[in-house]
Design a protein around this ligand. Structure first.
Ligand code: C2E
Ligand code: MG
Ligand code: MG
Ligand code: MG
Length: 284
């Protein structure tokens, strides 16, 4: 499992490859238009309380609805815009979409939380706290803890002090912060102890096959134990079958998401699915 660690994240591309250089040029040429022509869209994957068997919220995942190429996943473009001004623009788009959704949820009487993903260079960049504050303005203070900002474990590793300060600035504005793809970033226990995040997401490379992979299961177990010791909420990603759900609950992890429940889908579809799922089960 560990060899696949982080594969689900976008990476910085190998610019020695001709193919990837070409792709990068095209992405940088077209992403501005994608933003102004509303070709970027968030898909939603349910986040579950595994024990109660209920949908608690969603993670929003970016898609590019390209006029010629159809739906493009984030792995094909986000790495190319990292460290450019577009990383910030895309981040602002995602935050403002999330704010709109949370307001929509509230006016429909829906109590879901919403997780979004942020790029390392935007999150650690000079404008982030003020960008976030401005984007949060329409969201009443009592709704802000419904918003969870996911940053990669590796983000925070580049500049620990800055990461800690930024996490605290976000929390001071009322939102929550999660460390994504945890277990793939080689963080030290000292760092884990010091970074004051609200949630830890176990990388799916350890979770998906953990029943056939004792090493993966050991990693999952160790992360759950760490989270318990340090009072951090823990969630497993990449759940693809029911036995894994049962195992996670037995191990003390009662939150999760994955294809077993649902793939990321357009918001309307996710809301319909969740309403019907939560209506069918007893909730206990
Ligand atoms: P992530 O945040 O760790 O999101 C989980 C990824 O795993 C998603 O891929 C999701 O579709 C996929 N996934 C969820 N459940 C399962 C499962 O059970 N099995 C398998 N095999 N895969 C599952 P996606 O949507 O392609 O996103 C990839 C990565 O791109 C995300 O990883 C996140 O790091 C990044 N990303 C996505 N949206 C955004 C965004 O709006 N902004 C930024 N900066 N990054 C984003
Ligand atoms: Mg990932
Ligand atoms: Mg994520
Ligand atoms: Mg992840």
């Amino acid at each position: 499992a560990a060899k696949e660690a982080g594969k689900n994240s976008y990476k910085l591309f190998d610019l020695n490859s001709h193919q990837e250089r070409k792709e990068r040029v095209r992405v940088l040429e077209q992403i501005g238009q994608a933003l102004s022509r509303h070709q970027l869209e968030l898909f939603y994957q349910p986040k579950m309380d595994l024990e109660a068997d209920q949908v608690k919220g969603f993670e929003a995942l970016l898609r590019w609805n390209h006029p010629d190429e159809g739906l493009i996943g984030p792995g094909h473009f986000l790495g190319h815009i990292e460290y450019t001004e577009y990383a910030r623009q895309v981040g602002l788009f995602v935050i403002s979409e999330a704010v709109k959704r949370l307001l929509e949820f509230q006016s429909n009487g829906l109590d879901y939380h919403l997780s979004i993903n942020l790029s390392p260079s935007h999150f650690l960049g000079p404008s982030f706290a003020s960008d976030l504050e401005a984007a949060l303005a329409p969201l009443p203070v009592n709704l802000r803890d419904k918003l969870i900002l996911e940053v990669l474990e590796t983000t925070a590793l580049d500049d620990t002090e800055r990461a800690i300060a930024t996490v605290q600035a976000c929390q001071a504005l009322g939102v929550q912060v999660a460390l994504d793809d945890f277990g793939t970033g080689y963080s030290s226990l000292d760092y884990f102890r010091r970074i004051p995040v609200d949630e830890i997401k176990i990388d799916r490379s350890f979770v998906t096959d953990m029943l056939e992979d004792p090493d993966g299961e050991s990693v999952v177990n160790a992360i759950i134990g760490l989270c318990r010791s340090f009072g951090r909420r823990v969630i497993a990603e990449g759940i693809e079958d029911l036995p894994t759900v049962h195992r996670l609950v037995a191990m003390g992890c009662s939150a999760g998401q994955g294809f077993y429940y649902s793939k990321p889908v357009p918001c309307d579809q996710a809301l319909t699915w969740a309403a019907s799922y939560n209506g069918q089960t007893t909730g206990s």
